[in-house]
Ligand binder design. Structure first.
Ligand code: AP5
Ligand code: MG
Ligand code: ZN
Length: 214
C-alpha cells in the first residue's frame, strides 16, 4: 500500500504516520525528518536546506524531489510506504505520479488530516520531539511519562527550530498557498480521504484504520 499524508503543519501527520507505519509494517518516509537529520549531521544537504526551513519556506522542488525519489527507490519501500510531508506542491505530486506510473504503480490513498488554523499554533509551540528516535509529544495533549524525557529511549526532548511563533505563521501561509491545492489534485484522482484531525490521537488513528482496512 502506498499512502500520502496531507495536512497543515502541526496537523498530526507525523504522529499518525508513525502509528500507521507500525501497524502495517511499512516505512515512514518524512522529508522533514530527512532534512533535520542532515542538518544535525552537518551534511552538504543539511547546510543547503537549513535556511529555507528556519524561515518556514519550502525547500526547492528540484532538491526535495531528488531526495524523495532516492529514498522510495530503496529496497524497503518496494512493497509500500507512507509519505509524510511530501508532496507539498503540485509539481512534486506530478513527479511522484510519473515515477510510480513508470513502474506501473500509483498512490492508493491521500489522507488529509484536517485541522483548522486556530488549533495549529498551540500544537506547534507545545510540541516536543526526541532527537534520537523521532517520537513526538505535546506538553499538554500527549505528555511523556516523565517531563522532558522520551518514553522510548530516555533522551532529552527538544523544541524544533522552526516551531517559533513567527515561523509557524509563515509555514501556515506557505501551506495555504502552495500545499493546499493538493487536496483538489487528489480529490480529482478519487483517492482523497479527509479525516477530522482535531479528535484525540487514538480516535484519529481509528478513523484512518477504517479507511485503510486491517
Ligand atoms: P515537516 O517536518 O514536514 O513539517 P510540517 O509539515 O510543518 O509538519 P510538522 O512536522 O510540523 O507537523 P505534523 O503534521 O507532522 O504534526 P505532528 O504529528 O508533529 O517540514 C519542515 C520543513 O521542511 C518545511 O517547512 C520545509 O522547509 C521543509 N520540507 C519538508 N518537506 C518538504 C517538501 N516536500 N518540499 C519542500 N520543503 C519541505 O503533531 C504536532 C503536535 O501536535 C505534536 O506536539 C503532537 O504531539 C500533537 N498532536 C498530534 N496529534 C494530536 C491530536 N490528535 N490531538 C492533540 N495533539 C496532537
Ligand atoms: Mg511532522
Ligand atoms: Zn526517543
Amino acid at each position: 500500500m502506498k499512502i500520502i499524508m496531507l495536512g497543515a503543519p502541526g496537523a498530526g501527520k507525523g504522529t499518525q504516520a508513525k502509528m500507521i507505519a507500525d501497524q502495517y509494517g511499512m516505512p515512514h518516509v518524512s522529508t522533514g525528518d530527512i532534512f533535520r537529520a542532515n542538518i544535525k549531521e552537518g551534511t552538504e544537504l543539511g547546510k543547503e536546506v537549513k535556511s529555507y526551513m528556519d524561515q518556514g519556506l519550502l525547500v526547492p522542488d528540484e532538491l526535495t524531489v531528488k531526495i524523495l525519489l532516492d529514498r522510495v527507490g530503496k529496497e524497503d519501500c518496494q512493497n509500500g510506504f507512507i509519505l509524510d510531508g511530501f508532496p507539498r506542491t503540485i509539481p512534486q505530486a506530478e513527479v511522484l505520479d510519473k515515477a510510480l506510473a513508470e513502474l506501473g504503480d500509483a498512490i492508493d490513498y491521500a489522507i488529509n488530516v484536517d485541522v483548522p488554523d486556530e488549533h495549529i499554533i498551540g500544537r506547534m509551540t507545545g510540541r516536543r520531539a526526541c532527537p534520537t528516535c523521532g517520537a513526538t509529544y505535546h506538553i499538554v495533549h500527549i505528555p511523556p511519562r516523565q517531563e522532558g524525557i522520551c518514553d522510548g529511549c530516555g533522551k532529552e526532548l527538544v523544541l524544533r527550530d522552526d516551531d517559533k511563533l513567527e515561523t509557524v505563521k509563515k509555514r501556515l501561509d506557505v501551506y495555504h498557498e502552495q500545499t493546499q491545492p493538493l487536496i483538489e489534485y487528489y480529490q480529482e484522482k478519487g483517492i482523497l480521504r479527509t479525516i477530522n484531525g482535531t479528535a484525540a490521537m487514538q480516535d484519529v488513528f481509528t478513523e484512518i484504520i477504517n479507511i485503510l482496512g486491517k
